[in-house]
Write a protein that binds this ligand. Sequence first.
Ligand code: PMP
Ligand code: GLN
Length: 389
Amino acid sequence: MLGNMPSYTRPISSRLPQVGTTIFSVMSALAQQHGAINLSQGFPDFDAPAELLSLLDQATRAGHNQYAPMAGMPVLREAIAHKVQALYGASYDVDAEITVTAGATQAIFTAVAALVHPGDEVIVFAPVYDSYGPSVALQGGKVVYATLADPDYRPDWAQVDALITPRTRMIIINSPHNPTGSVWTAEDMAQLEALVKDTDIVIVSDEVYEHMVFDGARFESVMRYPGLAERSLVVSSFGKTYHITGWKVAYCLAPRELMAEFRKAHQFIVFTVHAPSQVALAQFMGKPGWYEQLKALYQGKRDIFRQALSGSRFELLPCQGTYFQCVKYGAISDEGDRAFVERLTREHGVAAIPVSSFYPGGDDHGVIRFCFAKSAATLEQALERLVKL
Ligand code: PMP
Ligand code: GLN
């Protein structure tokens, strides 16, 4: 370290006093440090389609290198409108109701920043994706936790009903669910629709795993339910769908009144998103059959993963969607989940995520999450190590 590096010596009143570095960064770093197979942070270890990479190259050479319009490149917004119409029968206006964002994380943060006032309550479901709570806290909102209880992590609608108060401003939902792989049913959507009817509650629906729903089940987007769609900001991410988590391109859909508020914040949080990626994605999205192939790809990997572990001492929890498989390890160790994944990484060369990181109080149910978005060779190597435990 250079002797003249500046250091700040005044007190700092943190806006996020409970928050450290995200567990995904921590575990990926630990995996790298120990040369372990990284089944922790959620990203594929295989590349994006070559054609998409060529389209990105072409887009930069065709001069798409200056600011895109604030709401996103019109070609991409048109492609998104076309997609959701075809898949969910949903009509969103290309100019007024679709905004391209720098990842789903930014879309969710922006939705909260635009709509949550200090003191407003926001209901989330624990185990909960790590960015939701801090996004709410930074706006001075109060996070209220509903529970998804293992082993199947279903929502308890009577509990949600009891948590709704006149201060409830927003409910953030996520199906297919990270980390548990649970998927909400039509009945769940109907329950939610009934609960919010006649309220001013808005919904943020995190649908980033929309194309990873297995065993022939239908994905129940909020867009299919008029009583939900009318009050929802729907978020999806190209990172998951095209194996490009590093591009950080996603989108948000909402009725124009909500989208107008979203954009007021969006224009000052990020203003606009990487332009050539948007052009490339718009062209690639026209490819028929991609979503079915993606689903088959991940269902196949899930099956390989589950089959291999079914003979092991890990207890498999259900996995109806996403590219995550949760397991209990109580037959192997009585360590806490954080200690267990750290030792698994160091001593057995496989990194995973402790599910306690998804609970506000760090509740430890002895469950860890593996990401199976990996090549056949990586999975084979990791599974060989895991079955020995
Ligand atoms: N929501 C969920 C449930 C996720 O799992 C992720 C990423 N793994 C995100 C949001 C963030 O997506 P992005 O990388 O597009 O910001
Ligand atoms: N969402 C990814 C996961 O669940 C990680 C994204 C991140 O590192 N923030 O693993």
